[in-house]
Design a binder for this molecule. Structure first.
Ligand code: IMP
Length: 189
């Protein structure tokens, strides 16, 4: 781990330590892109990014896949408390692409309980794709409430709340270049 990346001044009152630095993300994303390139050489997939959390990951990953992929986005909102999903998912923005007979890779920011992804996978499978696989940047260790078959995983992290590189709290901190633990106001109390 690159312990050198400090939180930026504009956010350092609410952030804890870096969990994954910008440079670690970049090298892992390149590896994931190379794996997808090798696995789908004969039949390029449709990459489906889940907004908004996967925004940064999708942009970086897609550019590391050396195939004629196309990309599409869905936006979902999961009912539940601010930090816990309920598994009941509302589709806020649906796909535009036709999935029939296509390989699909869902590009997801973080898998916590796994309920959001479980719902999405079933939703996409109903559209008769050739396959649906998942590429998740982060998986929280030991938190999954459903069994999920994740083909590509960037990093497994401890079950703490993190922000940055697309991940937010109350819509903020998505623009951090690394991933940090979120301590919140009151850190200095
Ligand atoms: P799940 O349904 O419990 O797996 O929750 C997945 C979704 O919850 C992710 O796509 C994120 O939007 C959000 N989420 C879960 N953990 C975190 C976190 O540590 N930081 C920011 N968002 C999170």
């Amino acid at each position: 781990m690159d312990a050198q990346q400090l939180p930026p001044v504009w956010a350092n009152d609410v952030l804890g330590d870096v969990v994954i630095s910008e440079s670690e993300i970049a090298s892992r994303v390149a590896e994931l892109g190379a794996a997808i390139t090798a696995d789908y050489a004969g039949d390029p997939p449709l990459l489906v990014g889940v907004l908004k959390g996967a925004m940064a990951f999708m942009v970086d990953l897609a550019r590391k896949v050396e195939l004629r992929v196309d990309v599409d986005f869905m936006a979902v909102s999961s009912y539940g408390s601010a930090t816990q999903s309920s598994g009941i998912v509302r589709i806020v923005k649906d796909l535009e692409a036709d999935l029939t007979d296509r390989h699909v890779i869902v590009v997801e920011d973080i898998v916590d309980s796994g309920l959001t992804l479980n719902y999405l996978r079933k939703y996409l499978l109903a559209r008769k794709p050739k396959s649906v696989e998942v590429c998740a940047l982060l998986v929280k260790e030991g938190e999954q409430r459903v069994s999920l078959d994740l083909k590509y995983v960037g990093f497994t992290i401890p079950p703490t709340f993190v922000v940055g590189y697309g991940l937010d709290v109350a819509e903020q901190f998505r623009n951090l270049t690394g991933i940090f633990t979120y301590i919140g106001e009151g850190r200095h109390e």
